[in-house]
Write a protein that binds this ligand. Structure first.
Ligand SMILES: [Zn+2]
Ligand SMILES: [Zn+2]
Length: 68
């Protein structure tokens, strides 16, 4: 697991079986957060254990599509 980079899909949506050897981000503070990190989108997030999500939030994408 990492505190930087892209979020682990399995950690945030179910359970990550890789645990501590997973190369993706596992941050408990970001787990209930549905706000994507704007700095991460720009490739500039260097905050350790950033509490915003480092993945595209599927719910928001669906809402955007519904407005169109
Ligand atoms: Zn993981
Ligand atoms: Zn971030």
């Amino acid at each position: 697991m990492s505190l930087y980079g892209d979020d682990c899909y399995f950690y945030y949506y179910s359970t990550c079986n890789k645990g501590t050897v997973c190369p993706y981000r596992h941050v408990p503070e970001a787990r209930g957060n549905e706000t994507a990190c704007t700095l991460w989108k720009a490739g500039q997030c260097t905050r350790p254990a950033c509490r915003y999500r480092h993945m595209e939030i599927v719910v928001s994408i669906t809402l955007v599509n519904m407005k169109i």
